[in-house]
Write a protein that binds this ligand. Structure first.
Ligand code: MF3
Ligand code: CO
Length: 252
Protein backbone atom coordinates (compact mmCIF):
# COMPACT_ATOMS: atom_id res chain seq x y z
CA UNK A 1 0.00 0.00 0.00
CA UNK A 2 1.21 3.50 -0.82
CA UNK A 3 0.38 5.93 1.99
CA UNK A 4 -1.09 9.37 1.29
CA UNK A 5 -0.04 11.77 4.05
CA UNK A 6 -2.20 14.31 5.89
CA UNK A 7 -1.34 18.02 5.93
CA UNK A 8 0.03 17.60 9.46
CA UNK A 9 2.27 14.70 8.43
CA UNK A 10 3.46 16.64 5.39
CA UNK A 11 4.43 19.52 7.71
CA UNK A 12 6.65 17.14 9.67
CA UNK A 13 8.11 15.66 6.50
CA UNK A 14 8.76 19.18 5.24
CA UNK A 15 10.64 20.03 8.43
CA UNK A 16 12.98 17.03 8.41
CA UNK A 17 13.59 17.28 4.67
CA UNK A 18 14.38 21.02 4.92
CA UNK A 19 16.96 20.13 7.56
CA UNK A 20 18.48 17.50 5.27
CA UNK A 21 18.64 20.07 2.45
CA UNK A 22 20.24 22.70 4.67
CA UNK A 23 22.94 20.35 5.96
CA UNK A 24 23.57 19.00 2.46
CA UNK A 25 24.03 22.59 1.23
CA UNK A 26 26.63 23.16 3.93
CA UNK A 27 28.45 19.92 3.04
CA UNK A 28 28.53 21.02 -0.62
CA UNK A 29 30.26 24.26 0.39
CA UNK A 30 32.82 22.36 2.46
CA UNK A 31 33.83 19.95 -0.33
CA UNK A 32 37.27 20.89 -1.71
CA UNK A 33 40.63 19.22 -2.29
CA UNK A 34 42.14 18.17 1.06
CA UNK A 35 38.84 17.46 2.79
CA UNK A 36 37.98 13.82 3.58
CA UNK A 37 34.58 12.17 3.38
CA UNK A 38 35.00 11.38 7.09
CA UNK A 39 35.22 15.16 7.75
CA UNK A 40 31.91 15.55 5.86
CA UNK A 41 30.34 12.70 7.82
CA UNK A 42 31.33 14.15 11.19
CA UNK A 43 30.01 17.60 10.26
CA UNK A 44 26.74 16.07 9.01
CA UNK A 45 26.16 14.07 12.18
CA UNK A 46 26.92 17.10 14.38
CA UNK A 47 24.50 19.33 12.44
CA UNK A 48 21.67 16.76 12.56
CA UNK A 49 22.05 16.19 16.30
CA UNK A 50 22.25 19.96 16.98
CA UNK A 51 18.86 20.23 15.27
CA UNK A 52 17.42 17.43 17.42
CA UNK A 53 17.37 14.95 14.54
CA UNK A 54 18.98 11.53 14.16
CA UNK A 55 21.02 10.18 11.25
CA UNK A 56 18.71 7.81 9.36
CA UNK A 57 21.34 5.65 7.69
CA UNK A 58 23.51 4.98 10.76
CA UNK A 59 22.63 1.50 12.02
CA UNK A 60 20.28 0.83 9.08
CA UNK A 61 21.07 -2.83 8.30
CA UNK A 62 24.35 -2.09 10.10
CA UNK A 63 25.41 0.86 7.93
CA UNK A 64 28.18 2.59 9.94
CA UNK A 65 27.88 6.31 9.06
CA UNK A 66 25.62 9.36 8.76
CA UNK A 67 26.23 9.99 5.06
CA UNK A 68 27.01 7.82 2.08
CA UNK A 69 29.98 9.35 0.24
CA UNK A 70 30.57 7.76 -3.15
CA UNK A 71 33.66 8.94 -5.04
CA UNK A 72 34.23 8.61 -8.81
CA UNK A 73 33.38 5.02 -9.92
CA UNK A 74 31.52 4.45 -6.66
CA UNK A 75 27.78 4.50 -7.44
CA UNK A 76 26.12 4.62 -4.00
CA UNK A 77 26.65 3.56 -0.36
CA UNK A 78 30.33 4.53 -0.19
CA UNK A 79 31.44 4.50 3.46
CA UNK A 80 33.14 7.74 4.58
CA UNK A 81 36.88 7.41 5.18
CA UNK A 82 39.99 9.50 5.91
CA UNK A 83 41.33 9.62 2.34
CA UNK A 84 41.62 13.23 1.15
CA UNK A 85 39.52 14.27 -1.83
CA UNK A 86 41.63 15.61 -4.69
CA UNK A 87 40.94 17.94 -7.60
CA UNK A 88 39.24 16.04 -10.40
CA UNK A 89 37.19 13.75 -8.13
CA UNK A 90 33.41 13.77 -8.10
CA UNK A 91 31.70 12.89 -4.82
CA UNK A 92 28.10 11.92 -4.20
CA UNK A 93 26.88 12.89 -0.74
CA UNK A 94 23.67 11.13 0.31
CA UNK A 95 22.07 11.83 3.68
CA UNK A 96 18.98 10.75 5.57
CA UNK A 97 17.57 12.06 8.84
CA UNK A 98 14.75 11.30 11.26
CA UNK A 99 12.92 14.03 13.18
CA UNK A 100 9.66 13.77 15.12
CA UNK A 101 8.99 10.30 13.68
CA UNK A 102 9.45 11.25 10.02
CA UNK A 103 12.30 10.71 7.55
CA UNK A 104 14.12 12.91 5.06
CA UNK A 105 16.47 11.77 2.27
CA UNK A 106 18.45 13.65 -0.38
CA UNK A 107 21.66 13.32 -2.38
CA UNK A 108 23.82 15.45 -4.62
CA UNK A 109 27.02 14.82 -6.57
CA UNK A 110 29.60 17.61 -6.59
CA UNK A 111 32.88 18.24 -8.39
CA UNK A 112 36.06 18.53 -6.32
CA UNK A 113 38.29 21.34 -7.64
CA UNK A 114 38.54 21.14 -11.42
CA UNK A 115 36.97 18.12 -13.15
CA UNK A 116 37.02 16.92 -16.75
CA UNK A 117 34.36 18.14 -19.19
CA UNK A 118 33.06 14.56 -19.35
CA UNK A 119 32.68 14.39 -15.55
CA UNK A 120 30.87 17.73 -15.50
CA UNK A 121 28.56 16.55 -18.29
CA UNK A 122 27.73 13.42 -16.26
CA UNK A 123 26.77 15.63 -13.29
CA UNK A 124 24.68 17.93 -15.48
CA UNK A 125 22.87 15.08 -17.25
CA UNK A 126 22.13 13.22 -14.01
CA UNK A 127 20.84 16.37 -12.32
CA UNK A 128 18.71 17.19 -15.37
CA UNK A 129 17.36 13.62 -15.37
CA UNK A 130 16.12 14.20 -11.82
CA UNK A 131 14.41 17.41 -12.99
CA UNK A 132 12.74 15.44 -15.80
CA UNK A 133 11.66 12.80 -13.29
CA UNK A 134 10.09 15.44 -11.05
CA UNK A 135 8.21 16.85 -14.05
CA UNK A 136 6.58 13.43 -14.43
CA UNK A 137 5.25 13.51 -10.85
CA UNK A 138 1.60 14.59 -10.93
CA UNK A 139 -1.64 12.93 -9.79
CA UNK A 140 -2.86 10.34 -12.29
CA UNK A 141 0.59 9.66 -13.73
CA UNK A 142 2.18 6.25 -13.05
CA UNK A 143 5.31 5.24 -11.17
CA UNK A 144 7.06 4.08 -14.35
CA UNK A 145 6.50 7.49 -15.97
CA UNK A 146 9.15 8.70 -13.50
CA UNK A 147 11.78 6.14 -14.47
CA UNK A 148 10.95 6.44 -18.15
CA UNK A 149 11.68 10.18 -17.97
CA UNK A 150 15.07 9.51 -16.37
CA UNK A 151 15.97 6.75 -18.80
CA UNK A 152 14.96 8.70 -21.89
CA UNK A 153 17.13 11.68 -20.96
CA UNK A 154 20.14 9.70 -19.75
CA UNK A 155 20.33 7.30 -22.70
CA UNK A 156 19.84 10.10 -25.23
CA UNK A 157 23.04 11.61 -23.79
CA UNK A 158 24.97 8.34 -24.17
CA UNK A 159 25.06 7.46 -20.47
CA UNK A 160 23.40 4.53 -18.69
CA UNK A 161 20.93 4.03 -15.85
CA UNK A 162 21.75 1.79 -12.87
CA UNK A 163 19.14 -0.97 -12.44
CA UNK A 164 20.08 -2.48 -9.05
CA UNK A 165 19.06 0.45 -6.85
CA UNK A 166 15.80 2.37 -6.90
CA UNK A 167 13.99 5.34 -5.41
CA UNK A 168 11.28 4.76 -2.83
CA UNK A 169 8.34 6.01 -0.86
CA UNK A 170 9.38 7.65 2.41
CA UNK A 171 7.52 8.69 5.55
CA UNK A 172 7.58 7.01 8.96
CA UNK A 173 10.16 4.60 7.51
CA UNK A 174 13.15 5.44 5.32
CA UNK A 175 11.98 3.00 2.67
CA UNK A 176 8.27 2.62 1.97
CA UNK A 177 6.26 1.57 -1.06
CA UNK A 178 6.50 2.09 -3.97
CA UNK A 179 9.90 1.19 -5.38
CA UNK A 180 10.81 3.71 -8.08
CA UNK A 181 13.19 2.32 -10.72
CA UNK A 182 15.04 4.84 -12.88
CA UNK A 183 13.87 3.10 -16.06
CA UNK A 184 10.47 1.94 -17.24
CA UNK A 185 7.59 2.00 -19.65
CA UNK A 186 5.35 5.09 -19.68
CA UNK A 187 1.83 4.39 -18.42
CA UNK A 188 2.81 1.42 -16.25
CA UNK A 189 2.96 0.97 -12.50
CA UNK A 190 0.97 2.33 -9.58
CA UNK A 191 -1.01 5.52 -10.08
CA UNK A 192 0.33 8.62 -8.28
CA UNK A 193 -2.03 10.48 -5.95
CA UNK A 194 -1.95 13.66 -3.91
CA UNK A 195 -0.16 13.24 -0.58
CA UNK A 196 2.24 10.46 -1.63
CA UNK A 197 5.81 11.19 -0.57
CA UNK A 198 8.57 9.89 -2.83
CA UNK A 199 12.37 9.86 -2.78
CA UNK A 200 13.46 9.92 -6.41
CA UNK A 201 17.12 9.15 -7.01
CA UNK A 202 18.64 8.55 -10.43
CA UNK A 203 22.05 6.83 -10.46
CA UNK A 204 23.80 7.28 -13.79
CA UNK A 205 27.01 5.71 -15.13
CA UNK A 206 29.23 7.28 -17.77
CA UNK A 207 29.88 3.79 -19.16
CA UNK A 208 27.93 0.55 -18.90
CA UNK A 209 25.06 0.11 -16.42
CA UNK A 210 26.46 -2.89 -14.50
CA UNK A 211 27.50 -2.45 -10.87
CA UNK A 212 29.01 -4.69 -8.19
CA UNK A 213 29.24 -4.40 -4.40
CA UNK A 214 32.71 -4.37 -2.83
CA UNK A 215 33.79 -6.77 -0.04
CA UNK A 216 32.88 -4.16 2.61
CA UNK A 217 29.29 -5.25 1.86
CA UNK A 218 28.15 -1.70 1.01
CA UNK A 219 30.12 0.22 -1.60
CA UNK A 220 28.56 -0.20 -5.05
CA UNK A 221 30.94 0.54 -7.94
CA UNK A 222 30.62 0.43 -11.71
CA UNK A 223 31.90 -2.88 -13.10
CA UNK A 224 33.70 -1.09 -15.93
CA UNK A 225 35.31 1.51 -13.63
CA UNK A 226 33.49 4.40 -15.29
CA UNK A 227 32.36 7.45 -13.31
CA UNK A 228 28.92 7.44 -11.69
CA UNK A 229 26.67 10.23 -10.38
CA UNK A 230 23.63 10.29 -8.08
CA UNK A 231 21.06 12.99 -7.27
CA UNK A 232 18.03 12.60 -5.00
CA UNK A 233 15.09 14.71 -3.90
CA UNK A 234 12.20 13.87 -1.59
CA UNK A 235 8.93 15.26 -2.98
CA UNK A 236 5.24 15.23 -2.12
CA UNK A 237 2.63 14.78 -4.84
CA UNK A 238 0.37 17.85 -4.93
CA UNK A 239 -2.75 18.73 -6.94
CA UNK A 240 -0.55 20.70 -9.36
CA UNK A 241 2.39 18.27 -9.64
CA UNK A 242 4.89 17.99 -6.85
CA UNK A 243 6.54 20.02 -4.13
CA UNK A 244 10.26 19.39 -3.55
CA UNK A 245 10.80 19.01 0.20
CA UNK A 246 14.62 18.92 -0.10
CA UNK A 247 15.05 22.10 -2.12
CA UNK A 248 18.32 23.76 -1.09
CA UNK A 249 18.41 27.48 -0.31
CA UNK A 250 19.17 29.46 -3.53
CA UNK A 251 22.87 29.71 -4.32
CA UNK A 252 23.69 26.62 -2.26
N1 MF3 B 1 19.43 7.27 -0.30
C1 MF3 B 1 19.75 5.87 -0.11
C2 MF3 B 1 18.50 5.08 0.02
O1 MF3 B 1 17.46 5.62 0.03
C3 MF3 B 1 20.71 5.63 0.97
C4 MF3 B 1 20.50 4.50 1.92
S1 MF3 B 1 21.97 4.16 2.70
C5 MF3 B 1 21.63 3.10 3.93
O2 MF3 B 1 18.48 3.88 0.07
F1 MF3 B 1 22.66 3.01 4.66
F2 MF3 B 1 20.65 3.56 4.63
F3 MF3 B 1 21.29 1.95 3.42
CO1 CO C 1 16.88 7.29 -0.88
Amino acid sequence: MIVCRSAEEIDKLARVNALVAQVLAELMRVVEPGVSTLDLDQLAERRLREAGALPAFKGYHGYPATICASVNEQVVHGIPNARLLTSGDIVSVDMGAKLDGFFGDSAVTVPVGIVTAQAQRLLDVTSASLDRALSAVTPGNRVQDIGAAVQQHVEAQGFSVVREFVGHGIGTALHEEPQIPNYGTPGRGARLAEGMVLAIEPMVNAGKPAVKVLSDGWTAVTKDGSLSAHFEHTVVVTAEGCRILTLRPAGA
